[in-house]
Design a protein around this ligand. Structure first.
Ligand SMILES: Cc1cc2nc3c(=O)[nH]c(=O)nc-3n(C[C@H](O)[C@H](O)[C@H](O)COP(=O)(O)OP(=O)(O)OC[C@H]3O[C@@H](n4cnc5c(N)ncnc54)[C@H](O)[C@@H]3O)c2cc1C
Length: 413
Protein backbone atom coordinates (compact mmCIF):
# COMPACT_ATOMS: atom_id res chain seq x y z
CA UNK A 1 0.00 0.00 0.00
CA UNK A 2 1.18 3.48 -0.69
CA UNK A 3 2.76 5.48 2.08
CA UNK A 4 1.05 8.60 0.81
CA UNK A 5 -2.29 8.39 2.55
CA UNK A 6 -2.56 10.84 5.40
CA UNK A 7 -5.22 10.27 8.07
CA UNK A 8 -6.60 6.84 7.17
CA UNK A 9 -10.07 6.09 8.52
CA UNK A 10 -10.71 3.14 10.85
CA UNK A 11 -12.33 0.41 8.74
CA UNK A 12 -15.23 -1.77 9.84
CA UNK A 13 -14.07 -5.32 10.38
CA UNK A 14 -14.41 -7.89 13.15
CA UNK A 15 -11.99 -7.14 16.00
CA UNK A 16 -10.72 -8.85 19.17
CA UNK A 17 -13.13 -11.42 20.64
CA UNK A 18 -15.40 -11.18 17.58
CA UNK A 19 -12.62 -12.83 15.60
CA UNK A 20 -13.62 -16.37 16.40
CA UNK A 21 -11.76 -19.17 14.60
CA UNK A 22 -12.95 -19.82 11.09
CA UNK A 23 -12.29 -23.07 9.33
CA UNK A 24 -13.97 -25.70 7.27
CA UNK A 25 -14.77 -26.70 3.74
CA UNK A 26 -17.04 -25.01 1.26
CA UNK A 27 -17.97 -25.61 -2.38
CA UNK A 28 -16.59 -22.22 -3.42
CA UNK A 29 -14.31 -19.83 -1.54
CA UNK A 30 -14.17 -16.29 -2.92
CA UNK A 31 -11.38 -14.17 -1.46
CA UNK A 32 -12.06 -10.45 -1.88
CA UNK A 33 -15.48 -8.79 -1.64
CA UNK A 34 -15.17 -5.86 -4.01
CA UNK A 35 -16.27 -5.57 -7.65
CA UNK A 36 -14.76 -8.81 -8.92
CA UNK A 37 -15.44 -11.07 -5.92
CA UNK A 38 -19.03 -9.94 -5.37
CA UNK A 39 -19.81 -10.36 -9.06
CA UNK A 40 -18.58 -13.96 -9.05
CA UNK A 41 -20.69 -14.66 -5.93
CA UNK A 42 -23.71 -13.04 -7.57
CA UNK A 43 -23.42 -15.29 -10.62
CA UNK A 44 -23.50 -18.31 -8.31
CA UNK A 45 -26.73 -17.27 -6.57
CA UNK A 46 -29.40 -19.94 -6.80
CA UNK A 47 -26.95 -22.64 -7.85
CA UNK A 48 -27.27 -24.37 -4.49
CA UNK A 49 -23.52 -24.12 -3.90
CA UNK A 50 -22.15 -23.40 -0.44
CA UNK A 51 -20.24 -20.20 -1.21
CA UNK A 52 -18.10 -18.34 1.35
CA UNK A 53 -16.86 -14.84 0.59
CA UNK A 54 -14.10 -13.36 2.76
CA UNK A 55 -12.58 -9.91 2.92
CA UNK A 56 -10.45 -8.16 5.51
CA UNK A 57 -13.14 -5.45 5.79
CA UNK A 58 -16.93 -5.46 5.86
CA UNK A 59 -18.61 -5.29 2.45
CA UNK A 60 -18.44 -1.82 0.87
CA UNK A 61 -16.09 -0.54 3.55
CA UNK A 62 -13.03 0.47 1.58
CA UNK A 63 -13.46 2.53 -1.56
CA UNK A 64 -10.29 2.76 -3.61
CA UNK A 65 -11.51 4.32 -6.80
CA UNK A 66 -13.30 7.28 -8.36
CA UNK A 67 -16.16 4.86 -9.10
CA UNK A 68 -16.80 5.83 -12.70
CA UNK A 69 -18.37 3.35 -15.17
CA UNK A 70 -20.35 3.34 -18.43
CA UNK A 71 -23.97 3.87 -17.31
CA UNK A 72 -25.26 0.89 -19.21
CA UNK A 73 -23.23 -1.47 -17.06
CA UNK A 74 -25.08 -0.16 -14.00
CA UNK A 75 -28.41 -0.47 -15.75
CA UNK A 76 -27.91 -4.01 -16.97
CA UNK A 77 -26.84 -5.21 -13.54
CA UNK A 78 -29.78 -3.55 -11.78
CA UNK A 79 -27.45 -1.18 -9.94
CA UNK A 80 -28.88 2.20 -10.96
CA UNK A 81 -29.81 3.09 -7.38
CA UNK A 82 -26.09 3.53 -6.69
CA UNK A 83 -25.67 6.08 -9.50
CA UNK A 84 -24.64 9.55 -8.34
CA UNK A 85 -24.18 11.54 -11.54
CA UNK A 86 -24.31 10.96 -15.30
CA UNK A 87 -22.26 12.58 -18.08
CA UNK A 88 -22.55 12.65 -21.85
CA UNK A 89 -19.43 14.77 -22.41
CA UNK A 90 -15.78 14.38 -21.48
CA UNK A 91 -13.82 17.58 -20.91
CA UNK A 92 -10.11 17.30 -21.66
CA UNK A 93 -7.74 19.98 -20.36
CA UNK A 94 -4.22 20.31 -21.80
CA UNK A 95 -1.70 23.13 -21.46
CA UNK A 96 -2.77 24.16 -24.98
CA UNK A 97 -6.48 24.43 -24.34
CA UNK A 98 -9.65 22.60 -23.43
CA UNK A 99 -11.68 20.25 -25.66
CA UNK A 100 -15.15 18.85 -25.07
CA UNK A 101 -15.91 15.41 -26.46
CA UNK A 102 -19.53 14.41 -26.78
CA UNK A 103 -19.50 10.68 -25.97
CA UNK A 104 -21.50 8.07 -27.91
CA UNK A 105 -22.55 6.55 -24.57
CA UNK A 106 -22.94 7.99 -21.09
CA UNK A 107 -20.66 7.53 -18.13
CA UNK A 108 -21.78 7.56 -14.48
CA UNK A 109 -20.23 7.95 -11.08
CA UNK A 110 -21.67 5.82 -8.28
CA UNK A 111 -21.50 5.26 -4.54
CA UNK A 112 -19.10 2.46 -3.61
CA UNK A 113 -20.79 1.28 -0.43
CA UNK A 114 -24.16 1.23 -2.10
CA UNK A 115 -23.04 -0.68 -5.17
CA UNK A 116 -21.38 -3.34 -3.02
CA UNK A 117 -24.56 -3.67 -0.97
CA UNK A 118 -26.64 -3.98 -4.14
CA UNK A 119 -24.35 -6.67 -5.53
CA UNK A 120 -24.47 -8.48 -2.20
CA UNK A 121 -28.28 -8.20 -2.09
CA UNK A 122 -28.39 -10.51 -5.11
CA UNK A 123 -26.05 -13.14 -3.61
CA UNK A 124 -26.98 -16.08 -1.40
CA UNK A 125 -23.43 -16.66 -0.17
CA UNK A 126 -22.08 -16.34 3.38
CA UNK A 127 -19.65 -13.57 4.28
CA UNK A 128 -16.92 -13.35 6.91
CA UNK A 129 -14.24 -10.76 7.55
CA UNK A 130 -10.85 -12.45 7.49
CA UNK A 131 -7.42 -11.42 6.31
CA UNK A 132 -6.06 -13.79 3.71
CA UNK A 133 -2.39 -14.70 4.14
CA UNK A 134 -2.02 -17.03 1.18
CA UNK A 135 -2.24 -20.67 0.19
CA UNK A 136 -1.23 -23.41 2.51
CA UNK A 137 -0.26 -26.97 1.72
CA UNK A 138 -2.75 -28.27 4.31
CA UNK A 139 -5.88 -29.99 2.88
CA UNK A 140 -4.49 -29.95 -0.60
CA UNK A 141 -5.63 -33.51 -1.20
CA UNK A 142 -8.84 -34.49 -3.01
CA UNK A 143 -8.61 -31.49 -5.30
CA UNK A 144 -9.24 -29.13 -2.36
CA UNK A 145 -7.26 -25.92 -2.11
CA UNK A 146 -6.53 -24.56 1.35
CA UNK A 147 -6.26 -20.87 2.13
CA UNK A 148 -4.72 -19.53 5.30
CA UNK A 149 -6.46 -16.58 6.93
CA UNK A 150 -5.95 -14.83 10.26
CA UNK A 151 -9.02 -16.75 11.51
CA UNK A 152 -8.00 -20.21 10.36
CA UNK A 153 -7.58 -22.40 7.30
CA UNK A 154 -10.51 -22.54 4.87
CA UNK A 155 -10.65 -24.95 1.95
CA UNK A 156 -12.70 -25.51 -1.16
CA UNK A 157 -12.30 -27.21 -4.52
CA UNK A 158 -13.14 -23.91 -6.23
CA UNK A 159 -11.12 -20.94 -4.99
CA UNK A 160 -11.23 -17.43 -6.43
CA UNK A 161 -8.58 -14.75 -5.87
CA UNK A 162 -10.36 -11.39 -6.22
CA UNK A 163 -7.97 -9.74 -3.79
CA UNK A 164 -6.65 -7.02 -6.05
CA UNK A 165 -3.18 -6.40 -7.46
CA UNK A 166 -1.32 -8.35 -4.74
CA UNK A 167 -2.64 -11.65 -6.14
CA UNK A 168 -2.15 -13.25 -2.75
CA UNK A 169 -3.08 -16.79 -3.83
CA UNK A 170 -0.51 -17.06 -6.59
CA UNK A 171 2.24 -19.54 -6.00
CA UNK A 172 5.00 -17.93 -8.02
CA UNK A 173 6.64 -14.56 -8.22
CA UNK A 174 4.69 -11.77 -6.53
CA UNK A 175 4.56 -8.26 -7.98
CA UNK A 176 6.36 -5.64 -5.98
CA UNK A 177 6.11 -1.96 -6.81
CA UNK A 178 7.87 0.01 -8.14
CA UNK A 179 9.40 -2.64 -10.44
CA UNK A 180 6.17 -4.40 -11.43
CA UNK A 181 3.86 -3.25 -14.26
CA UNK A 182 1.72 -1.19 -11.95
CA UNK A 183 0.45 2.37 -12.23
CA UNK A 184 -0.28 4.38 -9.10
CA UNK A 185 -3.38 6.39 -8.35
CA UNK A 186 -4.36 8.73 -5.56
CA UNK A 187 -7.46 10.84 -5.08
CA UNK A 188 -9.30 13.09 -2.65
CA UNK A 189 -13.02 13.77 -2.20
CA UNK A 190 -13.75 17.40 -1.33
CA UNK A 191 -17.38 18.48 -1.20
CA UNK A 192 -18.67 20.43 -4.19
CA UNK A 193 -20.60 20.14 -7.42
CA UNK A 194 -19.74 20.31 -11.09
CA UNK A 195 -21.32 19.31 -14.39
CA UNK A 196 -17.96 18.39 -15.94
CA UNK A 197 -16.41 14.95 -16.09
CA UNK A 198 -12.89 16.24 -16.64
CA UNK A 199 -9.39 14.93 -17.23
CA UNK A 200 -6.05 16.73 -17.42
CA UNK A 201 -3.27 15.65 -19.75
CA UNK A 202 -0.63 17.99 -18.48
CA UNK A 203 2.94 17.14 -17.60
CA UNK A 204 2.89 19.73 -14.82
CA UNK A 205 0.68 17.28 -12.91
CA UNK A 206 2.12 13.97 -14.11
CA UNK A 207 4.79 13.18 -16.75
CA UNK A 208 2.96 10.05 -17.92
CA UNK A 209 -0.65 9.67 -16.89
CA UNK A 210 -3.56 11.96 -16.25
CA UNK A 211 -5.45 13.90 -13.63
CA UNK A 212 -9.21 13.74 -13.17
CA UNK A 213 -12.20 15.32 -11.53
CA UNK A 214 -15.21 13.00 -11.38
CA UNK A 215 -18.17 14.81 -9.81
CA UNK A 216 -20.52 12.61 -7.80
CA UNK A 217 -23.53 14.77 -6.92
CA UNK A 218 -22.19 16.47 -3.79
CA UNK A 219 -18.48 15.68 -3.96
CA UNK A 220 -15.65 15.89 -6.46
CA UNK A 221 -13.33 12.91 -6.81
CA UNK A 222 -10.08 14.58 -7.80
CA UNK A 223 -6.95 12.54 -8.41
CA UNK A 224 -3.81 11.78 -10.36
CA UNK A 225 -2.83 8.47 -11.97
CA UNK A 226 0.75 7.86 -13.02
CA UNK A 227 1.72 5.09 -15.42
CA UNK A 228 5.20 5.35 -13.94
CA UNK A 229 5.05 3.77 -10.47
CA UNK A 230 8.10 5.78 -9.39
CA UNK A 231 6.35 9.11 -9.81
CA UNK A 232 4.83 10.14 -6.47
CA UNK A 233 1.41 11.59 -7.07
CA UNK A 234 0.62 13.16 -3.74
CA UNK A 235 2.04 16.65 -4.35
CA UNK A 236 0.35 17.03 -7.71
CA UNK A 237 -2.95 15.62 -6.42
CA UNK A 238 -2.83 18.44 -3.87
CA UNK A 239 -1.85 20.92 -6.61
CA UNK A 240 -4.71 19.93 -8.94
CA UNK A 241 -7.20 20.00 -6.07
CA UNK A 242 -6.10 23.50 -5.05
CA UNK A 243 -6.12 24.62 -8.70
CA UNK A 244 -9.80 23.66 -8.64
CA UNK A 245 -10.33 25.81 -5.56
CA UNK A 246 -10.71 22.87 -3.16
CA UNK A 247 -8.78 21.55 -0.17
CA UNK A 248 -7.61 17.92 -0.32
CA UNK A 249 -9.22 15.51 2.15
CA UNK A 250 -9.93 11.79 2.56
CA UNK A 251 -6.91 10.53 0.61
CA UNK A 252 -7.36 7.13 -0.97
CA UNK A 253 -4.98 5.39 -3.29
CA UNK A 254 -3.83 2.12 -4.65
CA UNK A 255 -1.56 0.45 -7.16
CA UNK A 256 -3.27 -0.28 -10.46
CA UNK A 257 -2.08 -3.20 -12.62
CA UNK A 258 -1.65 -2.39 -16.28
CA UNK A 259 -0.79 -5.81 -17.65
CA UNK A 260 -2.79 -9.02 -17.88
CA UNK A 261 -1.59 -11.93 -15.74
CA UNK A 262 -2.59 -15.56 -16.05
CA UNK A 263 -6.26 -16.27 -15.39
CA UNK A 264 -5.63 -19.47 -13.42
CA UNK A 265 -2.72 -20.90 -11.52
CA UNK A 266 -2.43 -24.03 -9.40
CA UNK A 267 -6.19 -24.58 -9.53
CA UNK A 268 -7.02 -21.04 -8.32
CA UNK A 269 -9.07 -18.64 -10.48
CA UNK A 270 -7.97 -15.00 -10.65
CA UNK A 271 -10.29 -12.13 -11.54
CA UNK A 272 -10.26 -8.33 -11.50
CA UNK A 273 -7.03 -6.58 -10.59
CA UNK A 274 -5.51 -9.88 -9.42
CA UNK A 275 -5.68 -11.06 -13.05
CA UNK A 276 -4.56 -7.66 -14.40
CA UNK A 277 -8.05 -6.95 -15.75
CA UNK A 278 -7.76 -3.18 -15.29
CA UNK A 279 -7.41 -1.53 -18.71
CA UNK A 280 -4.09 0.13 -19.47
CA UNK A 281 -4.21 3.80 -20.54
CA UNK A 282 -7.59 4.60 -18.94
CA UNK A 283 -7.00 2.62 -15.70
CA UNK A 284 -10.65 1.61 -15.91
CA UNK A 285 -10.91 -1.59 -13.90
CA UNK A 286 -14.44 -1.72 -12.49
CA UNK A 287 -16.29 -2.56 -15.68
CA UNK A 288 -13.71 -5.22 -16.52
CA UNK A 289 -13.86 -6.67 -12.98
CA UNK A 290 -17.63 -7.03 -13.44
CA UNK A 291 -17.23 -8.43 -16.95
CA UNK A 292 -14.61 -11.07 -16.12
CA UNK A 293 -16.39 -11.71 -12.80
CA UNK A 294 -19.53 -12.65 -14.72
CA UNK A 295 -17.54 -14.86 -17.10
CA UNK A 296 -15.85 -16.64 -14.21
CA UNK A 297 -19.08 -16.99 -12.21
CA UNK A 298 -20.74 -18.65 -15.20
CA UNK A 299 -17.89 -21.13 -15.56
CA UNK A 300 -17.92 -21.98 -11.83
CA UNK A 301 -21.68 -22.39 -11.93
CA UNK A 302 -21.12 -25.00 -14.65
CA UNK A 303 -18.91 -26.91 -12.19
CA UNK A 304 -21.21 -26.75 -9.17
CA UNK A 305 -24.15 -27.79 -11.33
CA UNK A 306 -22.15 -30.78 -12.56
CA UNK A 307 -21.95 -29.68 -16.20
CA UNK A 308 -18.14 -29.48 -16.28
CA UNK A 309 -15.06 -30.20 -14.20
CA UNK A 310 -12.90 -27.59 -12.51
CA UNK A 311 -10.21 -28.24 -15.11
CA UNK A 312 -12.65 -27.67 -17.96
CA UNK A 313 -13.84 -24.45 -16.33
CA UNK A 314 -10.22 -23.34 -15.91
CA UNK A 315 -9.48 -24.01 -19.55
CA UNK A 316 -12.55 -22.21 -20.76
CA UNK A 317 -12.06 -19.18 -18.49
CA UNK A 318 -8.37 -18.94 -19.43
CA UNK A 319 -9.28 -19.07 -23.11
CA UNK A 320 -11.80 -16.27 -22.66
CA UNK A 321 -9.28 -14.17 -20.69
CA UNK A 322 -6.50 -14.79 -23.24
CA UNK A 323 -8.76 -13.82 -26.14
CA UNK A 324 -8.66 -10.25 -24.79
CA UNK A 325 -4.90 -10.06 -24.55
CA UNK A 326 -4.32 -8.28 -27.84
CA UNK A 327 -6.69 -5.48 -26.82
CA UNK A 328 -4.91 -4.97 -23.51
CA UNK A 329 -1.56 -5.00 -25.31
CA UNK A 330 -2.76 -2.44 -27.80
CA UNK A 331 -3.88 -0.11 -25.03
CA UNK A 332 -0.59 -0.61 -23.21
CA UNK A 333 1.25 0.40 -26.38
CA UNK A 334 -0.67 3.68 -26.49
CA UNK A 335 -0.04 4.18 -22.77
CA UNK A 336 3.69 3.83 -23.39
CA UNK A 337 3.58 6.10 -26.43
CA UNK A 338 1.95 9.10 -24.73
CA UNK A 339 4.96 10.19 -22.63
CA UNK A 340 7.12 10.04 -25.79
CA UNK A 341 4.95 12.41 -27.83
CA UNK A 342 6.76 15.77 -27.98
CA UNK A 343 4.65 18.48 -26.28
CA UNK A 344 4.43 20.49 -29.53
CA UNK A 345 2.70 17.52 -31.23
CA UNK A 346 0.32 16.78 -28.37
CA UNK A 347 -2.03 19.72 -29.04
CA UNK A 348 -2.49 19.04 -32.81
CA UNK A 349 -2.89 15.32 -32.06
CA UNK A 350 -5.63 16.03 -29.52
CA UNK A 351 -7.32 18.44 -31.97
CA UNK A 352 -7.26 15.79 -34.67
CA UNK A 353 -8.84 13.28 -32.31
CA UNK A 354 -11.69 15.59 -31.38
CA UNK A 355 -13.69 15.08 -34.59
CA UNK A 356 -17.07 13.59 -33.76
CA UNK A 357 -16.42 10.70 -36.10
CA UNK A 358 -13.17 9.77 -34.40
CA UNK A 359 -14.62 10.14 -30.90
CA UNK A 360 -17.63 7.95 -31.75
CA UNK A 361 -15.45 5.33 -33.42
CA UNK A 362 -12.82 5.15 -30.69
CA UNK A 363 -15.22 5.24 -27.73
CA UNK A 364 -17.47 2.59 -29.29
CA UNK A 365 -14.48 0.30 -29.79
CA UNK A 366 -13.32 1.05 -26.28
CA UNK A 367 -16.72 0.03 -24.85
CA UNK A 368 -16.63 -3.19 -26.89
CA UNK A 369 -13.60 -4.40 -24.89
CA UNK A 370 -16.06 -5.26 -22.12
CA UNK A 371 -19.51 -4.65 -23.62
CA UNK A 372 -22.51 -4.12 -21.33
CA UNK A 373 -24.65 -6.66 -23.23
CA UNK A 374 -22.43 -9.32 -21.72
CA UNK A 375 -24.23 -8.72 -18.41
CA UNK A 376 -27.51 -9.81 -19.99
CA UNK A 377 -30.75 -7.97 -19.71
CA UNK A 378 -30.55 -6.70 -16.16
CA UNK A 379 -32.55 -7.61 -13.09
CA UNK A 380 -36.03 -6.53 -12.13
CA UNK A 381 -35.60 -3.09 -10.60
CA UNK A 382 -32.70 -2.44 -12.97
CA UNK A 383 -33.68 0.38 -15.13
CA UNK A 384 -34.51 0.15 -18.71
CA UNK A 385 -36.25 3.46 -18.07
CA UNK A 386 -33.13 5.10 -16.81
CA UNK A 387 -30.97 4.21 -19.76
CA UNK A 388 -32.23 3.90 -23.30
CA UNK A 389 -31.40 0.57 -24.81
CA UNK A 390 -30.50 -1.15 -21.56
CA UNK A 391 -32.41 -4.26 -20.81
CA UNK A 392 -33.42 -4.84 -24.39
CA UNK A 393 -31.10 -7.64 -25.26
CA UNK A 394 -32.20 -10.85 -23.67
CA UNK A 395 -30.19 -14.00 -23.92
CA UNK A 396 -29.03 -16.59 -21.53
CA UNK A 397 -25.63 -16.57 -19.94
CA UNK A 398 -23.96 -19.10 -22.17
CA UNK A 399 -25.23 -17.51 -25.36
CA UNK A 400 -23.74 -14.23 -24.23
CA UNK A 401 -20.40 -15.85 -23.47
CA UNK A 402 -20.40 -17.58 -26.86
CA UNK A 403 -21.38 -14.37 -28.63
CA UNK A 404 -18.55 -12.48 -26.99
CA UNK A 405 -16.05 -15.17 -28.01
CA UNK A 406 -17.27 -14.90 -31.60
CA UNK A 407 -16.95 -11.14 -31.46
CA UNK A 408 -13.39 -11.30 -30.18
CA UNK A 409 -12.47 -13.84 -32.86
CA UNK A 410 -14.11 -11.76 -35.58
CA UNK A 411 -12.22 -8.67 -34.48
CA UNK A 412 -8.95 -10.60 -34.44
CA UNK A 413 -9.47 -12.03 -37.89
C1 LIG B 1 -7.40 6.30 -7.22
C2 LIG B 1 -8.04 5.30 -8.14
C3 LIG B 1 -9.16 5.66 -8.89
C4 LIG B 1 -9.75 4.71 -9.74
N1 LIG B 1 -10.87 5.09 -10.43
C5 LIG B 1 -11.49 4.19 -11.23
C6 LIG B 1 -12.70 4.55 -11.89
O1 LIG B 1 -13.24 5.64 -11.73
N2 LIG B 1 -13.27 3.62 -12.70
C7 LIG B 1 -12.72 2.38 -12.87
O2 LIG B 1 -13.28 1.58 -13.65
N3 LIG B 1 -11.59 2.00 -12.23
C8 LIG B 1 -10.97 2.88 -11.40
N4 LIG B 1 -9.84 2.50 -10.71
C9 LIG B 1 -9.37 1.09 -10.82
C10 LIG B 1 -10.30 0.19 -9.97
O3 LIG B 1 -10.38 0.71 -8.66
C11 LIG B 1 -9.80 -1.25 -9.87
O4 LIG B 1 -9.44 -1.73 -11.13
C12 LIG B 1 -10.93 -2.12 -9.25
O5 LIG B 1 -11.17 -1.70 -7.93
C13 LIG B 1 -10.57 -3.61 -9.28
O6 LIG B 1 -11.58 -4.32 -8.60
P1 LIG B 1 -11.23 -5.70 -7.84
O7 LIG B 1 -12.51 -6.17 -7.25
O8 LIG B 1 -10.45 -6.57 -8.72
O9 LIG B 1 -10.19 -5.29 -6.70
P2 LIG B 1 -10.33 -4.29 -5.47
O10 LIG B 1 -11.39 -3.30 -5.71
O11 LIG B 1 -8.94 -3.80 -5.21
O12 LIG B 1 -10.80 -5.22 -4.27
C14 LIG B 1 -9.97 -6.13 -3.63
C15 LIG B 1 -10.68 -6.58 -2.35
O13 LIG B 1 -9.83 -7.53 -1.70
C16 LIG B 1 -9.72 -7.19 -0.33
N5 LIG B 1 -8.40 -7.64 0.14
C17 LIG B 1 -7.20 -7.28 -0.33
N6 LIG B 1 -6.23 -7.95 0.32
C18 LIG B 1 -6.85 -8.76 1.21
C19 LIG B 1 -6.39 -9.74 2.13
N7 LIG B 1 -5.10 -10.00 2.31
N8 LIG B 1 -7.31 -10.41 2.86
C20 LIG B 1 -8.65 -10.18 2.71
N9 LIG B 1 -9.13 -9.26 1.85
C21 LIG B 1 -8.23 -8.57 1.09
C22 LIG B 1 -9.87 -5.68 -0.28
O14 LIG B 1 -10.30 -5.24 1.01
C23 LIG B 1 -10.92 -5.44 -1.37
O15 LIG B 1 -12.22 -5.50 -0.88
C24 LIG B 1 -9.21 3.40 -9.86
C25 LIG B 1 -8.09 3.05 -9.11
C26 LIG B 1 -7.51 3.98 -8.24
C27 LIG B 1 -6.33 3.57 -7.41
Amino acid sequence: MMAESAAMPVRATKRGSERTPLSGEHDVLICGASFAGLTVARELAGSGADVLVVDRYEIGERQTSACGIPTEWLARLGLMDAERQRFDTLVMHTPHGTSRYRLPWTFSTFDYREICQLLWRDCDARFETAKVHGRTAEANGNGKIAVETDRGVISAPLVVDALGWRRMLATGYGYQPPDAPLSRGLEVHPGGTSEDLAIWIDRKYVPAGYGWSFPARDELRIGIGSFDPRFHVKDTTVELTRDLGKEPNEYQGNWIPHKLRTATEGGVFFVGDSAGHCLPLSAEGIRTALYFGIALGRELRGVVEGRQTREEAAESYAEFHDSHEWKFKWMLRVQKLIPRVPPRLLAPAIRLMSSKRFVDWSFRHYLRIAPPEFAGAGLPGGSADDQDGAGQQQGDAEDALGAERDLVQAEQA
